[in-house]
Design a protein around this ligand. Structure first.
Ligand code: NZQ
Ligand code: ZN
Length: 389
């Protein structure tokens, strides 16, 4: 465990079938004016919206709403929400939904009292808020992003073909509390469930595939990956299996709440490629990651061979006996690819709506990060993307 770091995660979690019972106690900590934020139809259809509104009313809150937060929330929707929150003199932003709704609330939180353009300030210049921010609470309905316990917020700008995530430096931007009821995830369509599962897996990979020291974070990551693989196989066959879905939900939170990044440089290039594909296609986040992963990992494998071998042996139970390190590592990636296909993930960007003529543009939109085993250049990004078609 080399390096120096601090760790602080102030999000209070309430987990389990009865977790919503704790919402009342949390609400008492904030002022009267609550802005309730949710997506399209799912929360109304499955009754979660009604349950939350009843609790808000019992606590005599003045409720304003921002409905219709779309998957991959847009900058236009952000501007609309800021106005609603300002008019309501908001004390608490309450997200009821998945990562998109929770991310969106954080973006509104840092923008309500900001007199600059939030897109430019937070997503182009990567500035930190200098204004007072609004507390965010979350009732999570989809497992995947980890947004319920982190300070990340991803916003899409279709005009400039950019999908950009800002991980805010101040822990105050993390939700103050999150209600995690695995039952709420049971109504997710299979496509969203498996996209979320792969998102979780890839968050762990992005942090695991970096560095070469002996680091406790890597051992935790391997445990999380094994739990996820086991539970995903159960949930894939029996989507109503509460135990599997609860493990998936808990793993999602720990996969991206800064814990397993401790002492690591972290890679995040699958996310950069996936987000650029998302900016062009508006495809589901987890599927964009699945579609670019195998060509990316095959490309960088020679630069991080030791770790890829360890991944094969410790996560996928590959027997290294009589094999070269490269053969063992490749067998690990093959096992991962087979698992992805078993879940029914989208394995190429063509099926997400990308085409060859978009490759240069997608490569231009891909932010290049330097924490992984190989820093890519523009040509290498374009080459990998072509292999993803
Ligand atoms: O809009 P509704 O009708 O609610 O439907 C949603 C949406 O269509 C549906 N859904 C959610 N809960 C449901 C449900 N349907 C039935 N039953 C339920 N219980 O699922 C669809 C997808 O929801 P969304 O919130 O978009 O999914 P996800 O949680 O994957 O969030 C994706 C967004 O998070 C960002 C992504 O880029 C993307 O914009 N990310 C945020 C991160 C972070 N904060 O750290 C990291 C991630 O890597 C990711 O980039
Ligand atoms: Zn992700």
């Amino acid at each position: 465990m080399l390096g120096n770091f601090s760790y602080c995660n102030p999000t209070k979690l309430y987990f389990g079938e009865n977790s919503l019972e704790n919402l009342s106690a949390e609400l008492k900590k904030y002022g009267k004016n609550v802005v309730l934020v949710y997506g399209n139809n799912s929360a109304k259809k499955n009754g979660i919206y009604d349950e939350v509104v009843e609790i808000l009313k019992k606590n005599q809150k003045n409720i304003a709403e921002i409905p219709g937060v779309m998957p991959n929330p847009t900058v236009e929707k952000l501007y609309e929400g800021i106005e609603i929150a300002r008019k309501h003199n908001v004390d608490l932003l309450l997200a009821v939904g998945g990562g998109s709704v929770c991310d969106y609330c954080k973006a509104v939180s840092v923008s309500v009292n900001c007199d600059e353009d939030p897109w430019q300030k937070y997503y182009i210049d990567f500035d930190e808020p200098t204004c007072e921010t609004i507390p965010v609470g979350c009732v999570l309905t989809m497992a995947g992003t980890g947004s319920e316990m982190n300070a990340g917020s991803v916003i899409t700008n279709h005009k400039s073909k950019l999908k950009i995530g800002h991980v805010f430096a101040d822990e105050k931007i993390m939700p103050r509390f999150s209600v995690l009821n695995p039952k709420y995830t049971l109504t997710l369509p299979h496509y969203q469930m498996v996209a979320g599962i792969y998102d979780i897996f890839n968050h762990i990979c992005e942090q695991y595939f970096s560095g070469d020291d002996d680091n406790t974070s890597d051992y935790i990551s391997e445990g999380l990956m094994k739990s996820l693989i086991t539970s995903s196989r159960i949930a894939n066959k029996d989507s109503q299996n509460y135990e599997a879905r609860s493990n998936i939900m808990w793993t999602a939170t720990w996969a991206l709440n800064t814990l397993v990044a401790k002492g690591k440089s972290t890679d995040w290039m699958v996310h950069m490629l996936g987000q650029a594909v998302g900016a062009y296609t508006d495809a589901t986040h987890g599927m964009t990651l699945a579609a670019v992963s195998i060509p990316y990992y095959k490309f960088i494998m020679p630069y991080g061979l030791e770790k890829f071998k360890r991944f094969a042996v410790n996560v996928w139970n590959v027997n290294p006996g009589g094999k070269t390190d490269e053969e063992t590592a490749l067998e690990g990636l093959k096992a991962m690819e087979n698992w992805m296909k078993e879940l029914g993930l989208v394995m190429n960007i063509t099926d997400l709506g990308a085409s060859e003529d978009m490759i240069e543009g997608i490569a231009d939109s891909t932010l290049i990060l330097e924490g992984g085993y190989k820093t890519l250049n523009h040509e290498e990004i374009a080459k990998i993307l072509k292999e993803c078609l």
